[in-house]
Every structure is written in structure tokens, then in C-alpha cells.
Design a protein around this ligand. Sequence first.
Ligand code: UT7
Length: 336
Amino acid sequence: MSKTGSRILGAGSALPKRVLTNAELAAQIDTSDEWIVERTGIRQRHIAGEGETTSTLATEAALAALDDAGLKPEDIGLIIVATATPDNTFPATATKVQHALGCNGGVAFDVAAVCSGFLYAMTTADSLLTTGTAKRALVIGAETFSRILDWEDRTTCVLFGDGAGAIVLEAPDASNPAGSASAENSAANGGPGVIASRLHADGANHDLLYVDGGPSTTQTVGHLRMKGREVFRHAVVNLANVLGEVIEDAGISADDIDWVVPHQANARILDATARKLGISADKVIVTVDKHANTSAASVPLAFDVARRDGRIKPGDLVMFEAMGGGFTWGASLVRM
Ligand code: UT7
């Protein structure tokens, strides 16, 4: 529902040093730069090297977001890491990030919603901040999907990359000791903050996108498996529906949206979703060409890129959206 939600104070991101191009992949498996670019829009991806893990990338992104927000780790009372590739099965990667930042004592946990993880984490953080669990949160999407790919399966290994993105969220009443954000400055009335969010899941489609291992089944990490064509079909329908719901909740029209920051799975999904909504392709932030699909990291990575290059500005109305394994999907509308 439309409300006065938490504000985004800053953003940051981190990418592994190693860049793997389509041409390099084509030298290893039966694929080509032409096929990958035409079917996905991907030209390269970053791959974590020795010493680079989900938690190190998450920590680097978190530090950049804190710096961007002009805050210190001790200002943070809640850390949520969205990831499907944690450093360990447990404890949560968020607790490793908390310790690396040196702000132990607050709340820290992981969210597993795969490519929609950042939307799930951001919406959860917004709820916890609104109900007073903490004043400021780090919401991080971080992944090292390269470590769960079957590098001999050309239908999946060309699609994914590693990276992390983070935002700092502040509770709506954090700077207002009286306890409530003023009506004049609420997000719905043009002030900054989360305006409306919707999340969905449908476990019936579990087998279209999954990892074929895990502690309780095979006692192995497993590899990513995907029926890409079917996932594509569901993605376009589910994303158009959830975007329509958030637009309606917020009482706006698609024309009012300044920027769409989508999950970066495939350039064709981004085009098809924008077309269905009647949103101009110029308003869609695209990073899939450089980052490929970084699962939970892709939305905050794309957001950070577009803020730093000056496209997303204070006052802009920004729609975040994602869909992934589970299936899970969601969208969130935020005034910057
Ligand atoms: O992040 C979570 C959500 N994930 C997604 O949203 C991914 C959704 N799906 C997709 O992005 C697309 O379905 C893919 C990019 C995965 C595949 O594109 P497609 O146009 O649906 O191709 P396809 O699976 O229908 O395969 C077409 C052909 C097949 O050959 P035949 O059977 O027509 O002879 C594949 O074997 O392309 C072949 N192919 C490849 N060829 C060269 C599949 N992968 C490759 C490859 N290089 N890497």
C-alpha cells in the first residue's frame, strides 16, 4: 500500500577485478559472442578470483554506500544481505559483513529469494525500520554465482556474473524526534522515501530455476539449472503484473516514473516488460551488457551505476523490480 517509507541515503557497489568476455567463453565452450549478445545483450561479466567472496564483495559495496551517505558503520543497526551464494551455509553472510564493518550488536541476517532477493531485503528492511527495529539499515545484494555454475552447460554459464550492490536506508522518522514524518514531506507527497512495494512467490515453478544440491538433500553445493525459455515467459508476465500493482497502489501512472531499475537477466526481458507497460526504453537502466545476471546484486548494482553517472537524481520517481528462482518476484516504487 502507498505510505511514507524509509529513505535511501546512499548507494555503493563492488565488482571482482577479473572480466570474462564472450570471446573468452567461446574459446572454451560451444557458443559465440553473436549468440550471447543477440539472445541476452550480455557482452562480459565479472568473475570472483581468489580471496574474493560474497562477503568481501558485500563489505566493499557496504563501505561505498556508507561513504556515499556520509555515515559510519556504527550508524547502522540492521544489515540484510540478499544472496543465494553465501560464504557458508551458516552463519549468515550478513553477520560476516557486520563483523568486517565493525558494527557488531545490531540485527543481521540473510534473505534467500535469489534474483528477487534485493527487493525482498529492501521491503523487509523498510518494514523493520518503520516499526522501530533500527534507525538505519544496510541492504545489500551480493553474489558469486560463478561458483555454482556448471561451466560445461552453455545454456546457463554464459548468463551470470559476480558482484555486489548496497544501499543505506533510513527510517521515515529517524530525523524527526516527534516520531512521525511530516505529511508535507512524505514520499507520497513528493518527499523522499519508499512509496509502495509488492512481493510475490509461487513455489509451483521451483524446478524451472534451481540449484541441484544443498545441505539437506545432497550434502553438496550443487549447480544452477534453468529452463530458460519457460522462465523468460513467466518473467515478462509476472513483472508486468507486479509493476501494475505498485503503480496502482501508489496512485500514479506509468508516465510518472522517471527511471526503472530492473533485475538484469536479459535485455529482451527488459525491453518486453517496458513495452507491456508503455514505458520508454530510455527510462530503463541497463547494465546487463557489462555485468550479466548477478542475481540479487543486479538491482543495487544498476542503481549505483545510474546514481553515480548522474541519471538518477534527487526527487526522481524510481521503480525497482525483479523476478527469480522460486519463483519470487516483486517491485518497489521509491522517491529519491
Ligand atoms: O535471473 C532469473 C531469471 N532468469 C531469466 O529471466 C532468464 C530467462 N531466460 C532467458 O533469458 C533466455 O531464455 C535464454 C537467454 C536463457 C535463452 O534464450 P532463448 O532465446 O530462450 O533460447 P533457447 O533456450 O530457446 O535456445 C535456442 C537455441 C537452442 O538450440 P536449438 O535447440 O534451437 O538447436 C539452444 O541449444 O540456442 C541454443 N543455445 C545456445 N547456443 C549458443 C543455448 N545456449 C546457447 C549458447 N550458445 N550459450
